[in-house]
Design a protein around this ligand. Structure first.
Ligand SMILES: Cc1ncc(COP(=O)(O)O)c(C=O)c1O
Length: 416
């Protein structure tokens, strides 16, 4: 296997079983899971509703048919996602992954606009394929600048940079919009196909634009006929607590929205929901052989129903507030905590050198070990690898939120 598959921890763990929001490793250690296999085990482990839906599908003897035959699960799921997207006359295409979802959205936009010019955000991550890497803006995840597009990267999620740090939200938005106009005037032919953006940057360390930036961008994009693609691979399904999709926190409707990760609660599913005219605009026929297969559709329909039936968006808002407020309160005791940020059950603690404020990736690596020792799984990220990323399942209970908060604070104290 490739040596660039990066494992967590000095002594990596193998997860062998799970129930609720806890997992057990091969040595019998139990962990409260605040990372969910990178935001993918969205409603926890061994959920009867999901397991039974998948078992029912397996019992039919059909695990694959292809899209040349009718697939009831796809139609049902597409209708639910289209309705939640807020996109007019929306149509949905199912893929196997987030990367493939972004590939599809970029194809739709470049085809419709007859342009290979794309805008993306600095510090972004959109996947591992050639086109997805081209719109990714994080050297740690980018092997080369070779690209099928001409890409220009925008400010908007880099508020921490010294030149922006002191600006108010509205001034920062103004500066970013002026920069967008300047980029369009100087670095492009004007006929740009689309802007692709994560409402909250996942791999980027849960950095985010202030609410309203994408609405302000959209006004400029609309003046120029440029499409907006929201990459909701991490931010979808109510995780941010505020709205069902992260882009809705900006009070704006994108032209296309991509999704993956949590929707199947671990079963492989991704897709794109786009304006009908955009989706139908392609002239060639197409399919994704495994995309939206009956097993992943059974899992995804059951997962999405569970999220909606239990109003897990509201739970994300409640437990997220408890955790983020608790961490913010504790942070004042630890001078090496540079920032606590997030929305709902997507929150991060940035670790810095207390003297210089410089990123402290070594502290983040120590924090990972301290968390593991105390039975809490979390993630690491950010442009400099100094951000602890937490994204527990949306089913997190208040008791579990308090337990996790206590462990996180103990770990910070251990670093002091
Ligand atoms: C925002 C975002 N977009 C796209 C992807 C790619 O998804 P996948 O790994 O399913 O191809 C990821 C994966 O981490 C992601 O975080």
């Amino acid at each position: 296997m490739p040596n660039w598959l990066a494992l967590y921890y000095d002594q990596p763990i193998e997860i062998v079983s799970g129930k609720g929001n806890r997992v057990v490793d091969a040595e019998g250690n139990t962990y409260l899971d605040f990372f969910g296999g990178i935001l993918t085990n969205m409603i926890g482990y061994d959920v009867p509703e999901v397991r039974e839906a998948v078992e029912r599908q397996i019992a039919t003897g059909v695990v694959h048919t292809s899209t040349v035959y009718l697939l009831r699960g796809q139609v049902e799921l597409a209708e639910k996602i289209a309705a939640k997207s807020g996109i007019e006359n929306a149509k949905v295409f199912f893929t196997n992954s987030g990367t493939e979802a972004n590939e599809t959205a970029l194809l739709l936009a470049t085809y419709a606009r007859k342009s290979n010019q794309i805008l993306a955000m600095r510090q972004s991550y959109h996947g591992k394929s050639f086109a997805a890497t081209a719109v990714t803006s994080n050297r740690a995840w980018k092997n080369s600048g070779l690209s099928p597009f001409q890409v220009n990267f925008l400010h908007g999620a880099d508020r921490h940079l010294p030149q922006f740090a002191r600006l108010s939200d509205s001034d920062y938005i103004k500066v970013c919009v002026e920069d967008l106009r300047h980029v369009l005037a100087t670095a492009t032919g004007g006929d740009v196909a689309a802007l692709i953006a994560e409402p909250i940057q996942g791999v980027g360390g849960f950095t985010m634009a202030p609410d309203g930036l994408f609405k302000a961008y959209k006004e400029v994009l609309d003046e120029n006929g440029i499409l907006l693609i929201a990459d909701e691979v991490q931010t979808g399904w109510g995780r941010t607590g505020q709205n069902f999709f992260g882009i809705q926190n900006h009070d704006v409707v994108p032209d296309a929205l991509t999704f993956a990760k949590g929707l199947g609660n671990g079963f492989a599913v991704g897709g794109v929901v786009a304006r009908g005219d955009l989706m139908d605009g392609l002239h060639a026929i197409g399919l994704a052989t495994f995309g939206g297969n009956p097993i992943s559709m059974a899992a995804a329909n059951a997962t999405l129903d569970y999220v909606l039936d239990h109003d897990l968006q509201a739970n994300a808002a409640r437990q997220g507030a408890l955790l983020i407020n608790g961490l913010k309160e504790a942070a004042s005791r630890f001078p090496f905590v540079g920032d606590v940020r997030g929305k709902g059950l997507m929150f991060a603690v940035e670790l810095v050198d207390p003297e210089t404020g410089a990123p402290a990736p070594a502290l983040a690596a120590r924090m990972m070990e301290e968390m593991k020792l105390r039975g809490l799984l979390g993630g690491k990220g950010g442009l400099y690898g100094n951000v602890m990323r937490m994204a527990p399942p949306l089913t997190l209970s208040e008791a579990e939120a308090k337990e996790g908060l206590g462990i996180l604070i103990d770990c910070l104290a251990a670093l002091a």
